[in-house]
Design a protein. Structure first.
Length: 79
């Protein structure tokens, strides 16, 4: 009986951590898409207001490289 109660106490302690980890990961599922949309929209807004789209398109790099660089920078910002 004593061993059984000790095991239940130990499981109750780990159950609290499991619940907290599940809660944090659930919040990441909600906030990560919102945060990424805000980040990317701010990057696009800065380029639109500064009229740098035309300047970027005149560079010698192709559009695929430019969009990959934008994706890479926004990924770094989100980390």
């Amino acid at each position: 009986m004593l061993l059984h109660s000790l095991l239940l106490d130990k499981y109750a302690e780990t159950a609290k951590w499991e619940l907290m980890i599940l809660t944090i990961s659930s919040l990441n599922c909600v906030f990560l898409p919102i945060l990424s949309a805000i980040c990317v929209s701010r990057i696009c807004d800065m380029e639109h207001k500064g009229d740098t789209w035309k300047l970027l398109l005149t560079l010698s790099m192709n559009q695929k490289q430019m969009y990959f660089a934008k994706f890479f920078c926004s990924s770094i910002i989100l980390l």
